[in-house]
Design a protein around this ligand. Structure first.
Ligand SMILES: Cc1cc2nc3c(=O)[nH]c(=O)nc-3n(C[C@H](O)[C@H](O)[C@H](O)COP(=O)(O)OP(=O)(O)OC[C@H]3O[C@@H](n4cnc5c(N)ncnc54)[C@H](O)[C@@H]3O)c2cc1C
Length: 396
C-alpha cells in the first residue's frame, strides 16, 4: 500500500489549537479572532519576510491597523484577557515584528498612559492613541542600565518651575525612530525616584538613531535616544508614575503579552515546519512520513500547547485579579525556554532552507531571540520567580 497523499492546504488542526482553548472565548470574541486571523493572513504574512529582509517598517500598515481597532482590547473594549492574549499570539504567528510594534504601542505605551496618567491626562491623550493617530514608544532601558534599570536609571529629571528638564540616554526603544510620543522614565534628582513623562518627539533636545544590523525583529525600528536638556511641562509628567513600583504595574501586564508572543512564535514554527515536512520529499517520501520528523513536530506541538495552557490559566487569573508579578515572570521564563527549543526543532526540519529567510523559518528562529531577552531576560524572570518561592532575592 502506498502512503496517502496529504494536501498541505488541508491539514487537520490548522488553527494550531490542539486542546480547543479558543472554545473558552465568548462567541463574539471567537468571531473577532477569526476575522483578525484572516486579516493577518491577507495583510501581514505576505509582506513580512520582505520587510524583515530590508529591515524596514511598513508604515502603510498603520492606518490599516487603526481600522482594525485593536488597541486596548481589555481596558477599553471590555474583552477578556484570554482574548487579548490569543490575539497577541495570533499577531505573532503572522509576524513577530508587527506583533512587537503593537506590543509597544498598545501594551507598553498605551498601558503606561492607562495605568499611570491622571484622568485629565487620559481624556486628553487616549482618543488619539486608541485611534493610532499618535504612535507611541516606551523608553525605560538605557545603554548602561538593562536588567538593573529599576535601581540603575541614569536618565535624570530635574524640576524647574512648571517644567522638568530631562537629560540622558535610552537604548532599544521600539518604534522610536518614527513615533509621535515616547514615555520616558527618568530619575528625579530631588527624591531619587523614577518618574514617567510623556515626551513629544519633536521637542528640541530629543534625538533618535536607528539601531542597525540586528539579526532579530529586523522590521522593528529600535532606537538609541538622546535627551539633551529636553524641557517638558509638568502637565506631561504622568501623575501616577512616581516610583519604579509604578512602572512595574505596566511591566507585569506587558510581560504576559510577551509570554503570549512565545506561544504565537511556537505556533508559527509548527505551521511552517509541518507544511514543509508534508511537501518536501526525501527518499521518495514526504519528510513527515519519517518517525523522527513526526516526533520533532510533536515536540513543537507539545511545547506550544503546554505554553498555551499555562497562559490560558494565567489569563483567567488576570481576569479575577489574582495574578501577581511572579506569575507573569514564570510564564515569561517558561514559555520562552520552550519557544527556543521549538524554533530550533522547526529550523532543523527545514534543513538548509531553514536558514534562508524566504522560507519564513529563519525569521521565526531569529525573532525568537528578541522575545527571549526583552521585557526582562529569561534569567531575570527566573530570579523574580525564585524570589517568590524562596523568599530570598538573588538579585538586588
Ligand atoms: C528587540 C528589542 C526590543 C526592545 N524594546 C524595548 C523598548 O521598546 N523599550 C525599552 O525600554 N526596552 C526595550 N528593550 C530592552 C530590553 O528590555 C533589555 O534588552 C532587557 O531588559 C535586557 O537588558 P540588556 O539587554 O541590557 O541585558 P543585560 O542586563 O546587560 O544582561 C545581559 C545578560 O546578563 C544576564 N544577567 C543580568 N543580570 C543578571 C543577574 N543578576 N543574574 C543572572 N543573570 C543576569 C541577563 O539575563 C542577560 O543574559 C528591547 C530589547 C530588544 C532586544
Amino acid at each position: 500500500m502506498g502512503q496517502r497523499v496529504i494536501d498541505p492546504n488541508d491539514l487537520p488542526y490548522a488553527d494550531g489549537d490542539f486542546y480547543a482553548f479558543e472554545s473558552l472565548l465568548s462567541e463574539a470574541e471567537r468571531a473577532r479572532l477569526l476575522d483578525v486571523r484572516d486579516w493577518l493572513a491577507k495583510e501581514v504574512r505576505p509582506i513580512a519576510v520582505d520587510c524583515w529582509n530590508r529591515a524596514e517598517f511598513p508604515m502603510e500598515i498603520i492606518p490599516k491597523l487603526a481600522d482594525l481597532d485593536m488597541v486596548s482590547p481589555v481596558h477599553r473594549q471590555g474583552y477578556s484577557n484570554l482574548f487579548a492574549g490569543l490575539m497577541h499570539a495570533e499577531f505573532t504567528r503572522a509576524d513577530t515584528s508587527i506583533a512587537t510594534f503593537m506590543g509597544v504601542h498598545d501594551g507598553l505605551f498605551t498601558g503606561s498612559i492607562e495605568a499611570l496618567a491622571s484622568k485629565e491626562q487620559q481624556d486628553a491623550w487616549l482618543p488619539d492613541i486608541y485611534a493610532m493617530k499618535k504612535i507611541g514608544a516606551f523608553g525605560l532601558t538605557e545603554p548602561l542600565g538593562g536588567s538593573d534599570v529599576a535601581g540603575g536609571t541614569r536618565t535624570t529629571a530635574q524640576r524647574d518651575g512648571d517644567n522638568w528638564i530631562l537629560n540622558g540616554a535610552k537604548r532599544w526603544i521600539g518604534n522610536a525612530t518614527f513615533s509621535d510620543w515616547v514615555v520616558i522614565y527618568a530619575r528625579d534628582v530631588a527624591d531619587d525616584q523614577v518618574k514617567g513623562f510623556l515626551v513629544d518627539t519633536s521637542t528640541p533636545g530629543y534625538s533618535a538613531t536607528k539601531i542597525e544590523n540586528k539579526i532579530s525583529l529586523r522590521t522593528v525600528q529600535n532606537a538609541d535616544i538622546t535627551l539633551a536638556n529636553l524641557v517638558v511641562s509638568d502637565d506631561f509628567h504622568l501623575k501616577g508614575a512616581n516610583s519604579f513600583r509604578d512602572t512595574n504595574k505596566v511591566l507585569k501586564v506587558t510581560r504576559l503579552g510577551v509570554a503570549w508572543q512565545a506561544v504565537g512564535q511556537q505556533l508559527a514554527a509548527f505551521d511552517v515546519a509541518r507544511r514543509y515536512a508534508v511537501e518536501r520529499h526525501q527518499f521518495g517520501k514526504p519528510l513527515a512520513s519519517f518517525q523522527l520528523v513526526q516526533d520533532q513536530l510533536v515536540q513543537i506541538l507539545g511545547n506550544a500547547v503546554a505554553s498555551m495552557g499555562m497562559m490560558v490559566r494565567l489569563a483567567q487569573m488576570e481576569d479575577d485579579g489574582q495574578a501577581k508579578d511572579e506569575h507573569s515572570a514564570l510564564a515569561k521564563a517558561f514559555t520562552t525556554a520552550r519557544m527556543r527549543e521549538s524554533v530550533a526543532l522547526g529550523r532543523g526540519i527545514l534543513g538548509g532552507n531553514g536558514i534562508v529567510a524566504d522560507y519564513e523559518m529563519a525569521k521565526i528562529f531569529a525573532d525568537a531571540e528578541a522575545i527571549y531577552s526583552y521585557e526582562g531576560t529569561h534569567e531575570i524572570n527566573s530570579l523574580v520567580t525564585g524570589r517568590a518561592i524562596t523568599g530570598l532575592a538573588a538579585f538586588v
